[in-house]
Design a protein around this ligand. Sequence first.
Ligand code: IMP
Ligand code: MG
Length: 187
Amino acid sequence: MSFSPDVYKINNLNFVPLISESEVHKTILDISKQINEDYKNSVPVFLITLKGAVFFAVKLLENIELDCEIEVISAKSYGSEMKSSGNVIINVADLNLENRDVIIIEDIIDTGYTMDKLLPIIHKQSPRSVAIASLLAKPEKMCVDIKINYLGFNIPSDFIIGSGLDFDEKGRNLAGIYVLQENKNSL
Ligand code: IMP
Ligand code: MG
């Protein structure tokens, strides 16, 4: 049984379910199928952005039926605040993406600043193509125009946790997506 309480408390904040585990799984499976189709003549490199995208990446990759490779990078922007700092730190390991079809796996595109910083770094390595797969996006908060090739869910601007996403490092292990209770009625 996965961890999916009715209410999850961090400090004095209550988070309640927004998207169920089964909806999340079904949507990720659909994305895997689409990628299997789109990349059937390629050996793509999946670039996982730590830490939040790990959950999405595992579920996605379990259903990828292609020869593929996996790399990880760390991209950090949120601290213990609930809004993007715009101050994005990217740690690129020893990547060699020359002539490769790259699929970036991200947990959520919020302001888009993280992707805006990451994309030029990836393009510098002369990949053949670059696509973005993101479990979630908050379209109303996007400040830069980022094209998301594979998207799970568009959600309102509220702060969420679960399925790899955290508040102050807590809540990543929740199955499904949870939202701050105060915001639930406005969804
Ligand atoms: P962006 O640079 O504003 O697009 O933010 C991207 C990163 O901020 C994501 O990869 C997440 O790690 C984090 N983030 C954005 N929105 C949320 C949220 O609602 N909950 C938890 N983390 C978030
Ligand atoms: Mg992230």
